[in-house]
Design a protein around this ligand. Sequence first.
Ligand SMILES: Cc1cc2nc3c(=O)[nH]c(=O)nc-3n(C[C@H](O)[C@H](O)[C@H](O)COP(=O)(O)OP(=O)(O)OC[C@H]3O[C@@H](n4cnc5c(N)ncnc54)[C@H](O)[C@@H]3O)c2cc1C
Length: 442
Amino acid sequence: MRSVDARRLPVDPGPAGWNEILPAPGPARELEGAVTADWLVIGAGFAGLSAARRLKQLRPDDRVAVLEANRVGEGPAGRNSGFMIDLPHDLDSDTYAGAADEDLKQIRLNRAGIEFAQEAAQTCGLTGTAFQACGKHHFAATERGVEHLSAFVNHLNALGEPYEWLDARAMKELTGLDYYRAGVFAPGAAILQPAAYIRGLARGLESEGVELYEQSPVTRVDFGPDHVAHTPRGRITAPKIILGVNGHAESFGFYQRRLMHVLTYASMTRELTANEVRRLGGEPEWHAVSAEPMGTSVRRIRENRIVVRNRFTYDPSMEVGDGRIQHIGRQHREAFARRFPMLPNVEMEYCWGGRLCLSRNGVPAFGEVEEGVYSAVCQNGLGTAKGTLAGMAAAELATRTASWRVDAMLAYDQPSKLPPEPFMYVGANAYLRWHEYRARGE
Ligand SMILES: Cc1cc2nc3c(=O)[nH]c(=O)nc-3n(C[C@H](O)[C@H](O)[C@H](O)COP(=O)(O)OP(=O)(O)OC[C@H]3O[C@@H](n4cnc5c(N)ncnc54)[C@H](O)[C@@H]3O)c2cc1C
């Protein structure tokens, strides 16, 4: 038997607006004492909860337990920007010519994740904004951004994907803003209120018999024919484990020096007053990513709030302090002021950050990593769709269910090794700063 202590536990910096604007959840059910299960899923994000759901579909009579370190909805799954994206971000890459097959594979996998989430939302009775199959916009504010958008639609044409081009007037009608020069509407994405979706999914799974324990971080795992996961007040023994902990797979000793821990940041305004809504004009709801992947995504949500997201930092410790959140919160305020000059007194009510996990070669970290232990991690920044897909596929792999999704996931290379520190730290942050600089204005 091999025992591994979790080297780090997840820390989620700043209160995430999405979760804060929902009603407070009921008391958490913590793991206490010794429990046995047929399946243990660690992590209640997109990957973990989708794995639990797929397990219940494939093995309805099996006991499925989920351990989550914090409250469901507090982690990255409840603090992202909610773009469940079908089209790869970098369709406009220069290397596109040879990449069409890879793009088509990625689109098919992402869409399988979106379909699974849509069906889950329906089954769990999620209404309103929790899951909307409404598509997303790509906005361009600069000459360079418009060039990116043009390249993007060329590639959409080549792939036979539908879209709609918006000129500056159409952008003004949609947003009420003079800031943007052009936009593209792509109908395939789904849009989440991420905390509502993930909390709703968790409650739906509980009603189907999944045992979910919150505030129950796994601090040690004894790997054996029967694995034992220890939490501060209890333990679960199960023959099979699915790891849905994203970058924290490394905390359990898997994929050492192969996972890049990056944080990104978002802020949400207070609710606009009726007068401010009138002054802004435009449609009551829209959801836009930037024409450049390193630019600012902006959502105007039905609750009459605006959400902005930008900045990336490479932090191998996976933790950042309050000072960083406050500093980036001020940058969000400036990004907001440039776009929404008609709303000078609207403050950011919530500022937060959250973890992403990327690999250098852009592949997931998927497969059986120890006998009876399956990994569904490393979503490369797009975990709403990719995490959902990875969780489903991990459940299929673990139950030996034949599936094109498993074949496609297993066909990826393993995440490649990272350069040693401090070179990686310096290089990654320099790369991020340079690309953020080039995307300034977007
Ligand atoms: C501000 C922001 C904006 C983003 N925007 C988007 C977006 O628009 N679209 C998109 O696709 N993605 C977006 N992302 C990324 C997305 O949130 C992640 O890729 C996604 O949440 C990953 O899903 P996951 O289930 O793999 O991991 P997570 O959501 O990170 O879930 C893993 C869970 O494991 C738990 N865990 C970790 N260690 C332990 C332990 N020892 N014991 C028990 N539990 C543990 C964690 O608490 C966590 O809840 C964004 C992220 C941020 C921070």
